[in-house]
Design a binder for this molecule. Structure first.
Ligand code: ZDP
Length: 286
């Protein structure tokens, strides 16, 4: 059976999008995700995303498998791609949305709402960041926030701040992110014993109070060109440690995202692009 797919990316963080609206479980297995995400034996992607029927009053549901087959709760770049994908499906069916248009999407990390602006940018209401250790989850403290706490990795002590954007993030600030040994350190953070669900790791350089530079090692996907939830978590961590304003540009290897944490702490907004690259058919049998 041939299944249609569409390839999208958000600042080079790339995904295979599958129309799964006819069924409430993903039509592909985590093993299939591993194979299709492979850049040599498959299509190549950081993850595979399914557009499923809505739940709890949401328009649609998003599920995602990382390139290693694990399932994250949320995906910031992915949900911008999903919004574009859904709009394209609706347009092909004669129901083109009038822009700006918002889609409340059910995810394992709660309801997240992307809004397609008229100019190709997508602003996502990413919901509330969670800061208490057990919500991350991390065992670094018992029942408190983890802000600028010491963590030993690779025989060094790092000062880390932990934030959940539905999925877990560990943020470290430094003078020069270009100098960080990402491939060596990333896996050691991701699999550190203090993080029972593993963790996404962001290394951040504060260029100014409204401009951060970020490199990321993602749980389940490794070094990626961009991470939307990571950029949101990094801005929250920068505000918590007094390093940035509530609105800043976060420059990733694949390009910039604009992130804002609302004054009441209840919402993080992320604005950035999502591009369609190609369509094709899944032919591997798994
Ligand atoms: O939490 C995880 O396991 C991440 N690898 C999920 C993907 C996050 C993503 N890069 C984003 O943009 O938020 C897609």
């Amino acid at each position: 059976m041939a299944i249609q797919f569409t390839k999208y990316h958000g600042l080079g963080n790339d995904f295979i999008l599958v129309d799964n609206r006819h069924q409430s479980d993903p039509i592909l297995s985590p093993e299939a995700a591993i194979q299709y995400c492979d850049r040599h034996f498959g299509i190549g992607a950081d993850g595979i995303i399914f557009a499923l029927p809505g739940q709890n009053g949401s328009a649609y549901t998003m599920r995602i498998f990382n390139s290693d087959g694990s399932e994250p709760e949320m995906c910031g770049n992915g949900i911008r791609c999903l919004a574009q994908f859904i709009a394209a499906l609706e347009t092909a069916e004669g129901n083109a949305p009038t822009l700006p248009h918002s889609y409340p999407i059910h995810t394992l990390g709660g309801t997240i709402t992307p809004t397609l602006q008229g100019d190709g940018q997508i602003t996502v209401d990413m919901g509330e960041p969670h800061l208490i250790a057990e919500e991350i989850p991390t065992t670094l403290t018992a029942n408190d926030k983890v802000i600028a706490q010491p963590l030993n990795v690779a025989e060094q002590t790092w000062e880390v701040t932990c934030v959940s954007m539905g999925n877990p993030h560990c943020i470290t600030f430094m003078d020069d992110v270009a100098a960080i040994a990402l491939e060596q350190l990333g896996p050691q953070f991701a699999r550190h014993g203090a993080f029972p669900q593993r963790i996404n790791t962001e290394f951040i350089e504060v260029v100014s109070r409204d401009y951060l530079k970020m490199r990321v090692w993602e749980r389940g996907a490794g070094a990626t060109l961009a991470c939307g939830t990571g950029a949101c978590a990094a801005l929250v961590a920068a505000v918590l440690t007094g390093k940035s304003d509530r609105k800043a540009t976060v420059e990733l290897p694949g390009g910039p995202l604009v992130i804002e944490w609302s004054a009441d702490n209840n919402r993080v907004y992320m604005t950035g692009p999502a591009e369609k690259v190609f369509v094709g058919q899944l032919l591997l049998t798994l």
